[in-house]
Ligand binder design. Structure first.
Ligand code: ADP
Ligand code: MG
Ligand code: MG
Length: 893
């Protein structure tokens, strides 16, 4: 097994092995771009180390061989006293985890070689600056010294010198600082800063391995659903220096605007600096476009390289580069993160440029991004009279509209959000320790840093609203307040609004408007119009691709005509789940109570007869809204006690009435019924088909209402396509009894009304036994609809209402679940039951219709699973329909 690859040996498809950074450094090297030579230690080596606590035995020799080759190529040895080769040791996992893991620059510098570096560069200040950076980074990341100690010493040195920034420190200042830093290391770690270059390198490699399991990295992976067992690669890269004076510098760039997708020159440049300085916001960067006046040759070359990279990767790339005395070096590239809007726009732009085809465009966007675009935005027009005032204008770093109470540290953000408050995390700039606070907040506001600052990058990745670099705002974390021009002071707890699409910051709560994408889906905005929003046009095109290729049909869960109509506008191809219990609430509750309390057949029949026209009326409206499309109506499912008053409340009422000697006969009857129907585990009690079998006439009434409604629609020249669905079936016998009765009723209505009703009858598969006997059940069912919520509960043996609050967080933290099985279908468990039920059902009845209803129907990953399991349709809430359509298309593309 080979653990080390030279940059010339790898390529971009080896991300699993070389990590994203290593694979792309190799790709750029092989494209002939100016990449400083180096090599990559594989993720396999990291895995061995993480599993066993030791580097694989072969690693040391392999690293030596590659280092040897590198030294020969560069004509100097690592840390060589008179002319030292210096390297960076850089983390780089398969998926980019910005700022989550460690990198150490300037490895190889020591007391012995610092003078050699100075002599070679002809710049003493530069050499000592590099050395102090090494001790600082190495001390912090490799030796675990508190980074603030170095920061404070640096601040102190600047103060002593009256220097505004680190560039104002001269060689002697830096020499003294190096001594201070070395002192900090010795004091804090009980050992001296290692002077042996190879030891520095080996320790740094090990530290990078270890950083895979750092708290920040683990939290980030959980958030981003990146598996914990991938490990990181380590890149050893010869150093190039952006801190060699004004004709040197470092920067980051995007081949297009990651916020809008627009082509142009986007990025930040910082003269006389090393890489980390740009991201950390140590000094203010200049826009990349200014590089043209600073160093035209390098600028032109960079533009050319950016075009090469875009054409090569056929996508937006982001780039890290350094200029060393007028020579441009590429230090990193990758397919760049982007906002949801940019993803859609870029995908269609690339189709137009002929770089990708429609199937590829579909793969370049996803349902989560579409969902994000459906969030509301601030109403610019109503800001004027809403009493809010704009207090700042920063950089639109990650779109969305967020309103919340200002908090100034992550701890408060988490605490307040746990107690149900919406908060905006306000910081001067964020760092990786703010991650939990950022997750807890509605949005993030910083007063420093640009589009590539930590806050911006991480917020975009999480899909969180972020405004950064709002420079006229003064953040005082200690006093917990924010001052804006004109003497406005915002204290902790004051409500602010931030607009991540425009960068504007407001004091107060700004009214919000629906997103243009929703307006488009609602049919209130047309993609064809000349002045249509570019984003709407892009979404329209991508949805059209998705609809063209997808095999899964998409239906809606809807219980009333209004939802049905909206679902239809959103592209629903029918209703997959109409829950009739929702029709039993409100003022009809009393009728249901009468049904439950009925002592005699006559009382019961009267109650049912009163409910029947109401049910029928609902169905008529629903069938009309979905005319020509299937409507699956589920017969009553929940336990009856859900329709009765709360037991405590009722007991109090009875007791009060008794005390006051008021008549309370009715309350007493109700209370008795509540007691009678009380269940320890209602989820596993008298519900679903069981109700239909023990409450005489209930299902019959519902079936009659459906049949009569369908007959009405036929009379009105409509095209009703009702499907009757029996919930919670565990055995085919249950279904047989219900079916026989239903067929009798339907035939009766058909005769009486003189119509031919094409009603079909099927069942939910939501109990393990139903799934296991699906072959038998299919004999009696025209369709199956997998009720994956209940199926998940019964397969796992836990009830959703109980577990989500009690132990799910612990399970997620321990990595037992990557994601809640109620959110994304558990493919191995629940999913395998679905697969076998599909196979058994189709074996019995090849034309069996198969669908799924339940939250999973609108979850991107689950949609892909249902596609591969061979279902015919998914059903989800109306608002999720576009997401399901898109993901069904992606699954098929
Ligand atoms: P991250 O993954 O956090 O971006 P990197 O490994 O890319 O970490 O390195 C951090 C910074 O150091 C980047 O700005 C990068 O460009 C710079 N850097 C890394 N290696 C070198 C090198 N060999 N020469 C000069 N700068 C480097
Ligand atoms: Mg980087
Ligand atoms: Mg159910």
């Amino acid at each position: 097994q080979k653990f080390v690859y030279d940059f010339t040996e790898g390529n971009k498809d080896l991300k699993d092995l070389l990590g994203g950074k290593g694979a792309n450094l190799a790709e750029m090297t092989n494209l002939g771009l100016p990449v400083p030579p180096g090599f990559t230690i594989t993720t396999e080596a990291c895995k061995v180390y993480l599993d066993s606590g030791e580097e694989p035995p072969a690693l040391r020799d392999e690293v030596s061989a590659h280092l040897d080759a590198l030294e020969r190529k560069m004509g100097k040895r690592l840390g060589q006293a008179d002319d030292p080769l210096l390297v960076s040791v850089r983390s780089g996992a398969k998926f980019s985890m910005p700022g989550m893991m460690d990198t150490v620059l300037n490895i190889g510098l020591s007391d012995a070689s610092v003078a050699g570096l100075a002599a070679q560069a002809g710049d003493e200040r530069f050499a000592w600056d590099s050395y102090r950076r090494l001790i600082q980074m190495f001390g912090k990341t490799v030796l675990g010294v508190d980074g603030d100690l170095f920061e404070e010493a640096l601040e102190e040195a600047k103060r002593a010198r009256g220097a505004a920034t680190d560039v104002d420190l001269d060689a002697d200042d830096l020499k003294a600082l190096v001594e201070t830093f070395k002192g900090i290391v010795s004091r804090e770690t009980g050992r001296d800063f290692p002077q042996d270059p190879r030891e520095q390198m080996d320790l740094a490699i090990r530290a990078v391995f270890d950083s895979w399991n750092g708290d920040r990295a683990r939290l980030y992976r959980r958030q981003e659903r990146i598996p914990h067992d991938l490990g990181t690669a380590v890149n050893v890269c010869s150093m190039v220096f952006g801190n060699l004076g004004p004709d040197s510098g470092t920067g980051v760039a995007f081949t297009r605007d990651p916020a809008s997708g627009q082509q142009g020159v986007y990025g930040d440049y910082l003269a006389n600096a090393q890489g980390e300085d740009v991201v950390a916001g140590i000094r203010n960067t200049v826009p990349l476009a200014e590089l043209e006046t600073i160093d035209k040759a390098s600028y032109d070359q960079l533009m050319e390289i950016m075009e090469t990279l875009e054409n090569h990767y056929r996508d937006l790339c982001d780039i890290e580069f350094t200029i060393e005395r007028g020579k441009l070096w590429m230090l990193q590239t990758r397919v760049g993160k982007r906002t949801a809007a940019a993803a859609f726009r870029i995908a269609t732009q690339l189709v137009d440029q002929g770089l990708i085809d429609e199937a590829e465009a579909l793969r370049r966007v996803n349902g989560a991004q579409l969902a994000q675009l459906m969030f509301p935005r601030f109403d610019e027009n109503r800001i004027g009279d809403s009493g809010v005032r704009r207090i700042g204008w920063g950089i639109a770093a990650s779109p969305g509209a967020a309103v919340g109470k200002a908090v100034f540290d992550s701890y408060t953000a988490i605490k307040w959000s746990r107690s149900g408050e919406k908060v905006i995390l306000v910081r001067r700039e964020t760092n990786p320790d703010d991650l939990d606070g950022m997750i807890a907040a509605e949005g993030i506001l910083t007063s420093r840093g640009g589009k590539t600052s930590h806050a911006a990058v991480v917020a975009r990745g999480m899909g969180k609203t972020c405004v950064c670099g709002a420079e006229e705002l003064e953040v005082d974390t200690k006093k917990r307040c924010l001052s804006a021009p004109g003497g406005v002071v915002i204290e902790e707890g004051d409500v602010i609004s931030i607009d991540g699409s425009t960068g504007k910051v407001y004091l107060g709560e700004v009214p919000v408007v629906p997103s243009p994408v929703v307006e488009y889906f609602e049919g209130r905005m047309h993609a064809g119009a000349d002045d249509a929003d570019e984003l709407v046009k892009a979404v329209h095109r991508i949805m059209a691709y998705a609809d063209r290729v997808r095999r899964l049909r998409v239906r809606a869960n809807a219980d009333n005509a209004e939802d049905a109509a909206r679902a239809r506008r959103f592209g629903a191809q029918g209703i997959g789940l109409c829950r009739t219990e929702h029709m039993f609430l409100g003022e009809r509750r009393e009728l249901v109570e009468r049904l439950i309390l009925a002592d005699t057949d006559t009382e019961r029949e009267q109650a049912l007869a009163a409910l029947m026209p109401l049910q029928k009326g609902d169905f008529v409206e629903l069938f009309e809204a979905m005319d020509g499309l299937p409507v699956t109506v589920r017969l009553l499912d929940p336990p009856l006690h859900e329709f009765l008053p709360d037991i405590t409340e009722l007991s109090v009422r009875v007791a009060l009435a008794e005390a006051r000697k008021e008549p309370h006969e009715n309350e007493l009857r109700l209370l008795q019924a509540v007691h009678r129907l009380h269940e320890q585990n209602p989820m596993l009690g008298l519900r679903g088909v069981r109700l239909g079998l023990v409450v005489p006439g209930l299902f019959t009434m519902q079936v009659r209402a459906i049949a009569e409604a369908a007959a009405d629609r036929i009379d009105a020249k409509g095209d009703p396509r009702a499907e009757i669905m029996i919930p919670l079936v565990g055995t085919v016998q249950e279904l047989e009894i219900v079916r026989e009765e239903a067929e009798r009723v339907i035939a009766e209505v058909e005769r009486a009304r003189g119509v031919d009703l094409e009603l079909i009858l099927g069942t939910m598969i939501e109990l393990p036994r139903a799934a296991l006997t699906a072959g038998q059940i299919a004999e009696c069912a025209d369709f199956f609809s997998f009720g994956t919520n209940d199926l998940t509960q019964t397969v796992w043996g836990f009830s959703r209402d109980d577990v989500e609050a009690s132990f799910f967080t612990a399970y997620l933290e321990k990595g037992i679940f990557g994601v809640s099985p109620f959110e994304t279908i558990d493919k191995d468990g629940v999913g395998s039951l679905v697969r076998s039920a599909v196979a058994a059902g189709r074996a019995t009845r090849p034309d069996l219709k198969l669908g799924v209803c339940g939250e999973h129907g609108g979850d991107p990953e689950s949609v892909h699973f249902f596609h591969s399991a061979g279902l015919d349709y998914v059903s989800c809430s109306p608002f999720r329909i576009p997401v399901a359509r898109l993901e069904a298309g992606r699954a098929a593309a």
